[in-house]
Design a protein around this ligand. Structure first.
Ligand code: ADE
Ligand code: ZN
Ligand code: ZN
Length: 268
């Protein structure tokens, strides 16, 4: 028998990185790629001409949808490790809603949205800082509209709740990040799906979807309680999907419209 050949020097780190990526727990990822891109695409369609121009100047060749998942890619790097807790907020069990002093004493997704919006409004912030702020803002407005990104600490926003969805093993957080969206989208492209959702937004929807990020947190938390956490024995399928896909899609639409309103306000 020939001894297995050692990997060449260059391939080793690549192999190790691949293995680590394959093993990395779902704990980290947010609304899957689809959810973030859909929110960003809907926002793009609701920007004023002025805001569109400002966004283009900041992002150059990139667009809101092309940078929407960037924040998930950098959260494990040394440079951006500090941003990992900014993807969610945990709301105290038994409470009526989000309370900044109690649920976000230092940093969380609600505070992050306010902070990055301030950077975009700051005339003294550098072009690099503004680009970074816009990329985080697009992502975090999306995250906050996933109900389990404002869930309970005890189950890590549903990450620790094992469920089956149409007989496949997953966890509740993942199901709301991406599982139900994938089920609905089927073979359609994400942008086709986004366009369909956008067409269903009425002027009345646009008028009624406002509020501040702290309100969005309470709204998500209430949806987590009323819908996401209602898993019974954890064997989920058509019934759970039918009850909740409407909530998922309304949250995607709201996220897009509210992100656009926020940017329209910032860029006047
Ligand atoms: N991702 C990692 N930890 C989380 C938590 N506690 N809530 C929501 N999302 C998370
Ligand atoms: Zn998530
Ligand atoms: Zn995220």
């Amino acid at each position: 028998m020939v001894a297995p050949k050692a990997l060449p020097a260059l391939e080793k780190p690549i192999a190790i990185t691949t293995i680590l990526l394959l093993l990395s727990p779902s704990l980290a990822l947010a609304w899957g790629e689809d959810g973030h891109k859909v929110v960003a695409r809907i926002a793009e369609k609701h920007l004023t001409p002025k805001a569109k121009q400002a966004v283009a100047r900041i992002l150059g060749q990139e667009t809101l949808s092309s940078v929407a998942v960037w924040a998930d890619g950098v959260r494990r790097t040394n440079r951006y490790r500090w941003t990992a807790p900014l993807h969610f907020v945990n709301v105290a069990k038994g409470s009526a809603g989000y309370d900044a002093a109690r649920d976000c004493p230092k940093s969380c997704v609600v505070q992050a949205i306010d902070a990055f919006a301030s950077t975009l409004r700051n005339p003294n912030a550098s072009a690099e800082k503004k680009e970074e702020a816009l990329k985080f803002l697009v992502h975090f407005v999306g995250d906050l509209h996933q109900p389990l990104h404002a869930g309970h600490f005890e189950d890590r926003g549903g990450n620790r709740i094992r469920v089956k969805f149409f007989r496949r093993d997953t966890n509740l957080h993942r199901l709301w990040d991406s599982g139900m969206i994938k089920q609905r989208r089927g073979n359609r492209r994400w942008d086709t799906y986004a366009n369909g959702l956008n067409s269903a937004i009425t002027p009345n929807d646009e008028r009624s979807w406002d509020g501040a990020p702290s309100d969005w947190a309470t709204e998500s938390y209430k949806l987590a309680l009323s819908n996401a956490y209602q898993v019974g024995n954890g064997q989920l399928g058509q019934d759970y999907f039918a009850v909740n896909i409407g909530v998922v899609e309304e949250q995607l639409k709201k996220g897009g419209v509210r992100l656009a309103k926020l940017l329209n306000g910032i860029f006047g």
